[in-house]
Design a protein around this ligand. Structure first.
Ligand code: PGA
Length: 242
């Protein structure tokens, strides 16, 4: 098994530059990607020695009249290496698979490694959620080259297991099933060679207690961590398990 990837998704946290610097310093470990809010990227970049820098979103185009947007090239210029695309919290604000596809192409063009989030908002007994996730994959990844597929990371994040209002935690078995399902969809649509190069992460209510089982039995190459990435001690335990 290759080395595990641990992504910290700080979301709209912490509230001050001082806290951002101290959290970055405390969790600066090999194999970690810290996805900070845009405004903290320059200061976080300065303190990181081992961890890589990530962003939480990018614009769907490269330059121009797009108030409030930040482009992939701008981020690249500040030392960003990874970018989360299509997080469920952005999809909830109206981001479609088509926009995710545009952002993904922008990231790849600028040399950023995209971490594309997919996942259903609820599970139904008729297994319709599988069709939902496969549509997310097929539409988000359309018109990519084989070279592109080597650089992509997918984060499977069931929306029902994310955040403090999560219905429940997912199980490592559910993560494993979905990792296999995602590879199967990729393989059916884009070919086995492309599918095998894609790394898959699990995300949603990861903490120090459940991280070990997700890393060992979740069938994934790493974890995308929200809340627990804001707590130095908790996050360092997760990193230790990885
Ligand atoms: P959580 O968030 O770990 O706080 O559930 C995960 C995510 O939304 O990426």
């Amino acid at each position: 098994m290759s080395k595990k990837i641990i992504v910290a998704n700080w979301k709209m946290n912490p509230t001050s530059e001082k806290e951002a610097i101290s959290l970055a310093k405390a969790t600066d470990k090999n194999g970690v990607i810290i996805s900070a809010p845009f405004v903290f990227i320059p200061v976080v970049k300065k303190v990181l020695k081992k961890a890589k820098l990530g962003a939480q979103d990018i614009a769907p185009s490269s330059v121009g009249s797009q108030t409030g947007e930040v482009s992939a090239d701008m981020l690249k210029g500040f030392g960003v290496k990874y970018v989360i695309i299509g997080h469920s919290e952005r999809r909830a604000m109206g981001e479609s698979n088509n926009i995710v596809n545009k952002k993904l192409k922008m990231a790849l063009k600028s040399g950023l490694t995209p971490i594309v989030c997919v996942g259903e908002s609820h599970r139904d007994n008729q297994m319709k959620y599988l069709g939902f996730v496969s549509a997310q994959i097929n539409e988000s990844f359309k018109n990519l080259s084989s070279v592109d597929f080597k650089k992509i990371i997918i984060a499977y994040e069931p929306v029902w297991a994310i955040g403090k209002d999560a219905e429940r935690e997912a199980t490592p078995e559910e993560s494993h099933e979905m990792a296999i399902f995602i590879k199967k969809v990729l393989s059916d649509t884009f070919g086995g060679n492309n599918a095998k190069n894609v790394k898959i992460l699990y995300g949603g209510s990861i903490n120090k207690k459940n991280s070990y089982s997700f890393l060992n039995y979740g069938g994934v190459d790493g974890l995308l961590v929200g809340r627990a990435s804001l707590d130095q001690k908790e996050f360092n335990e997760i990193i230790k398990n990885a």
